[in-house]
Design a protein around this ligand. Sequence first.
Ligand code: CDP
Ligand code: MG
Length: 136
Amino acid sequence: MSKTEQTLSIIKPDAVERNLQDQIKQEFKNKGFDIIREKKIHISKEEAERFYKVHESKPFYNDLCAYLSSGPIIVITLQKENAVIDNRKLMGATNPRDAEEGTLRKKYGISIDKNSVHGSDSIENAKIEIEFFFNN
Ligand code: CDP
Ligand code: MG
C-alpha cells in the first residue's frame, strides 16, 4: 500500500555552482513530487559533519563534509506517495558512472563525490534529515 511521505533532497554544491537547481526541481515536479519547503544555505564544515555523522568512520567522511560545506546548497522537502524510494530511484546510483540512463546522477553528476544530489535513504532518516534543516 502506498502512502504520502516526505523525504529530504539536497542539491549539492556542484549542481548549484552550475545553476542546475531549476532544472532539477522541474525533474522532481515531473515525477509527481510536491516541493513543500526549500531554502538555499551555505553550511559550515561542523554542520556537514553532524549531517553525515552516520559516515563518520568512512575514509571519505572528511572530504565529503568539506565538499558539502564548500558552497551553497539547496535543501528541499519533497512529498508524494513513496517519496523516499521514488526519490532514490530518480537520483540513481551513488556513482554517476553506475547510474541508470535518465536518472539525476547520470544526467548531472560529475563523479562519486560530486554527484549533484542527496536523498534520504529511509522514512526514519527522512524525518531526522528534514528536522535537521527545517526544525522550526
Ligand atoms: O548519497 P548516497 O546515499 O547514494 O551514498 P552514501 O553511501 O550515503 O554516501 C554519501 C555520499 O558520500 C555520496 O553521495 C557521495 O557523495 C559520497 N561518497 C564518496 O565521496 N565516496 C564514496 N566511496 C562513497 C560515497
Ligand atoms: Mg546515503
